[in-house]
Ligand binder design. Structure first.
Ligand SMILES: [Zn+2]
Ligand SMILES: [Zn+2]
Length: 194
């Protein structure tokens, strides 16, 4: 696998994964699923999620498409609908984000510089989540990458059904085993890896 790819220079929807979405300790690429430890092959997409607290990355995970699907299954249909309604419509997103994707210099940085929901600026919120969709060592542009501020995450959390939260927590505990202080201190605003 090469770290540079000539495709990414022609294709506005592909980029080499920037430092922002590499592992925080050594800038290396995520190479396996945090949940099931499956290695990321060249043909399998995965999602990277980083949680920032006071401007500092406190959690980072990367999960494969299988685990993503399992995670999605923990959402009740009511919660799924609430989630879909929560995010801006595709049309709104496209209007704001497509020009950045097509012409932006620092696309990834720009697309994650504001909350996708309330449009607060990253520099002003400090507590936020970031998401990217990747394949191999490439980052793919579309709905991802995006940033969502902690208060919007909390708002979303409060829209989810009890059943969904329970199923979601069970999944997390089984596959991830978050340390206890994660639950007690940051419970509602940080727990959600979407
Ligand atoms: Zn997995
Ligand atoms: Zn927000």
């Amino acid at each position: 696998m090469t770290s540079t790819n000539s495709n990414s220079e022609d294709d506005p929807f592909l980029d080499n994964i920037p430092k922002q979405f590499r592992q925080r300790f050594d800038d290396s690429f995520f190479d396996e699923c945090t949940f099931c430890h499956q290695k990321f092959g060249s043909d399998k997409g995965y999602v990277i999620n980083k949680i920032y607290d006071d401007g500092e990355c406190v959690y980072e995970i990367a999960y494969c498409s299988d685990c993503y699907q399992h995670l999605q299954k923990t959402f009740s249909s009511k919660s799924k609908e609430a989630m879909n309604n929560f995010f801006p419509s595709e049309e709104v997103l496209r209007k704001k984000r497509l020009p950045i994707m097509l012409t932006g210099e620092n696309k990834c940085e720009e697309l994650t510089s504001y909350c996708i929901k309330c449009e607060s600026k990253k520099a002003e919120v400090l507590d936020y989540h970031e998401y990217a969709n990747c394949e191999s060592h490439q980052l793919m542009y579309g709905f991802y990458p995006y940033m969502i501020c902690a208060s919007c995450v909390l708002e979303l959390y409060n829209l989810l059904s009890k059943e969904t939260i329970q199923a979601y927590n069970d999944f997390m505990e089984t596959h991830f085993g978050l340390p206890p202080d994660f639950y007690s201190k940051k419970e509602k605003k940080s727990i959600l890896f979407i």
